[in-house]
Design a protein around this ligand. Structure first.
Ligand code: ADP
Length: 162
């Protein structure tokens, strides 16, 4: 069984993330999408809310599981006996950061955790959670960026803040 983990902030999950999830779930037997509980960032959605969104969006993908973790990815991966991380690459700007992260993870895990990259589908190359939040905060149209049920939740958050 080839199992992989797709870690990220997913604050919130976009159609770009979902595209990577679908494609990775066709490559691996089991894909665990795991939300990082990053204490340094102030998120729009709590970890629990982000997990609920991911579960709803992937409910028709039987080999996708959703979880969350805190701390170092290598520790979580070791606990779960996972040896492959999936990450997405949109542009050269992602590359430097992702390369460094992948190399640090490989080094710290003593070669136990390798990273596999999937390149974005071109229609999502521009898409990031932060741009979606920024557009929504000004009441802009995010219907091409996230599933409808997620757009609704994002607008609810911003309306509650007003
Ligand atoms: P992180 O804070 O860990 O970068 P993100 O939720 O922003 O978490 O992203 C998780 C992963 O998904 C990263 O590898 C990122 O490059 C990738 N990703 C984000 N948006 C897209 C997209 N539109 N297409 C492909 N990959 C993406």
């Amino acid at each position: 069984m080839k199992r992989a983990i797709y870690p990220g902030s997913f604050d919130p999950m976009t159609l770009g993330h979902l595209d990577i999830i679908k494609r990775a779930s066709e490559i691996f037997d089991v894909l665990i999408v795991s939300v990082l509980n990053n204490k340094e960032k102030t998120p729009l959605f709590s970890v629990e809310e982000r997990v609920i969104i991911l579960k709803e969006a992937t409910k028709d993908l039987p080999n996708v599981q959703v979880d969350s973790f805190s701390g170092l990815l290598i520790n979580y991966a070791a606990e779960k006996d996972l040896h492959i991380a999936v990450r997405g690459l949109r542009a050269i700007t992602d590359f430097e950061y992702e390369l460094q992260l992948a190399q640090v993870n490989r080094l710290l895990s003593k070669g136990e955790l390798d990273t596999v990259f999937l390149t974005t589908s071109l229609e999502y190359a521009y898409l990031s959670s932060s741009s979606v939040k920024e557009i929504a905060s000004f009441g802009g149209d995010i219907s091409q960026c996230v599933p409808d049920f997620v757009a609704k939740k994002i607008y609810e958050k911003f309306n509650a803040k007003r």
